[in-house]
Design a protein around this ligand. Structure first.
Ligand SMILES: *[C@@H]1O[C@H](CO)[C@@H](O)[C@H](O)[C@H]1NC(C)=O
Ligand SMILES: *[C@@H]1O[C@H](CO)[C@@H](O)[C@H](O)[C@H]1NC(C)=O
Ligand SMILES: *[C@@H]1O[C@H](CO)[C@@H](O)[C@H](O)[C@H]1NC(C)=O
Ligand SMILES: *[C@@H]1O[C@H](CO)[C@@H](O)[C@H](O)[C@H]1NC(C)=O
Ligand SMILES: *[C@@H]1O[C@H](CO)[C@@H](O)[C@H](O)[C@H]1NC(C)=O
Ligand SMILES: *[C@@H]1O[C@H](CO)[C@@H](O)[C@H](O)[C@H]1NC(C)=O
Length: 370
């Protein structure tokens, strides 16, 4: 009897230690939030007051949203007290156009007669082909994360189970971006395609433990990769692209070739907690500003909705253990970028037509791993 009470007490402690989910937010305070998410803000400081105000406004918005019927729930996470400027820094990725249209090694379309399976879920692969969910921090290195994750997955597939954690920092600090595609480089944004080109020309990417991530607070760092000391571990020979805006090509490439690096409009994702997201509004312009990894698709029976399964790099506190499901629809919209007012690479007209929820079908690539 005494034993089971101890066990119950331990379980209660575990349960109450977890931050509240969307249905547990009534009466949730900033003070408790600071403790739950180990925030450094000092009570009584101006910063504390500023963040408390932000938190309270977002909590109210989340609760108001959840009171309405919707296919997804909003929640509180580690981003709930970040300013809009800090949140925007998470992004930094816009669609590549001219320069990169031609540099894909080949285009992937659905082979004749191809029957896509009912669902694909690379989070359940055995042996595993996805490393743990990453945290880019306050650095617009989403593109470096999407690229690194995709190289990790391709290497694991090719080697039949050797899953290694590779260096996002090498890509963040060392990838040149002279045409300012997707931003001005490093923590200020680039594209997964540029990262693949870089790894190809550098002669490989090293492991995370040899060149560890230091850009969490937004410093891109100076490239300090030394191939003698930080052994290149995986080579990339190029990348392949699924036919743009073509749902069946994307499903086929995902099924046949593994996880894909993709571009999306994530400008309203911050509060997503669970369910099938449909918050990208096609009446507005799409603002594709984020790079992530596409790892599956399926059908949610309870909601009766088809979805794409996407791995984000905003830590496991975001969404469904770090993942988000986007509704698999066939709507399209015009992407007009917010970074340069329409330029994917500097000086280009990159007003593009992008399809799928949040533009998910527009820019779908995977690295060719040697
Ligand atoms: C790389 O490291 C090796 C071994 O320590 C050293 O000899 C070489 O000079 C370094 N290269 C650069 C470019 O720093
Ligand atoms: C990558 O390719 C380069 C050039 O072909 C080669 O020297 C190097 O050994 C390769 N590295 C790996 C890890 O395969
Ligand atoms: C996708 O590509 C195939 C050819 O591979 C084509 O038949 C189909 O119409 C395309 N779908 C869309 C939505 O463009
Ligand atoms: C979508 O955006 C349009 C134009 O800004 C707006 O009128 C509409 O209310 C929005 N719809 C939703 C569901 O947010
Ligand atoms: C979409 O972008 C265009 C070009 O920047 C702009 O003129 C238009 O007002 C935008 N539409 C909406 C609904 O924001
Ligand atoms: C930019 O490209 C879009 C889509 O191709 C086109 O509709 C638009 O007219 C172009 N704008 C300019 C200024 O060339």
């Amino acid at each position: 009897m005494r034993f089971s009470l101890v066990v119950i007490a331990a379980l209660v402690a575990l349960v109450t230690a977890a931050p509240p989910k969307w249905h547990q937010l009534t009466g949730y305070t900033f003070e408790q939030y600071v403790a739950d998410y180990r925030k450094p803000h000092m009570k009584g400081s101006d910063e504390y007051a500023m963040r408390e105000k932000l938190f309270n406004a977002r909590l109210a918005e989340v609760m108001a949203f959840n009171a309405q019927p919707a296919s997804y729930k909003k929640g509180i996470n580690h981003l709930s007290d970040w300013t809009d400027v800090e949140r925007k820094r998470l992004n930094g990725r816009i669609p590549d156009t001219k320069a990169q249209l031609t540099s894909a090694a080949f285009e992937v379309s659905a082979p004749a007669g191809f029957q896509a399976p009912l669902s694909v879920d690379y989070t359940k692969s055995y042996p595993p082909i996805l490393t743990a969910v990453k945290d880019q921090g306050q650095c617009g290195s989403c593109w470096a994360h999407a690229a690194t994750e995709s190289i990790e997955s391709q290497f694991a597939i090719k080697s039949e189970g050797e899953l290694f954690v590779l260096s996002q920092q090498q890509i963040t600090s060392c990838t040149p971006n002279p045409d300012q595609c997707g931003g001005t480089g490093g923590c200020a944004g680039a594209t997964a395609e540029l990262a693949f080109d870089y790894v190809k020309s550098a002669g490989g990417i090293t492991e995370e433990w040899m060149y560890s991530y230091t850009s969490y607070f937004g410093d891109s760092g100076v490239c300090s990769w030394n191939s003698t000391l930080q052994t290149p571990f995986v080579n990339v020979t190029g990348y392949a692209r699924a036919t743009r805006n073509n749902d069946s090509a994307v499903a086929a490439s995902l099924t046949l070739n593994g996880p894909q690096a993709i571009s999306v409009d994530a400008s309203h994702w911050f509060e997503y907690e669970s369910g099938v997201y449909n918050g990208c509004n096609y009446s507005n312009n799409i603002s594709m500003d984020h790079a992530v990894q596409l790892v599956g698709y399926g059908h949610d029976a309870a909601l009766n909705l088809d979805y794409w399964l996407v791995r984000n790099s905003w830590s496991a506190s975001f969404g469904e253990e770090g993942f988000i499901r986007l509704i698999r629809d066939n709507e399209c919209g015009t992407n007009v970028d917010w970074i340069t007012g329409g330029g994917g690479c500097i000086g280009e007209n990159n007003t593009v037509w992008a399809c799928g929820q949040c533009g998910i079908l527009y820019d779908v690539v995977y690295p060719l791993v040697a």
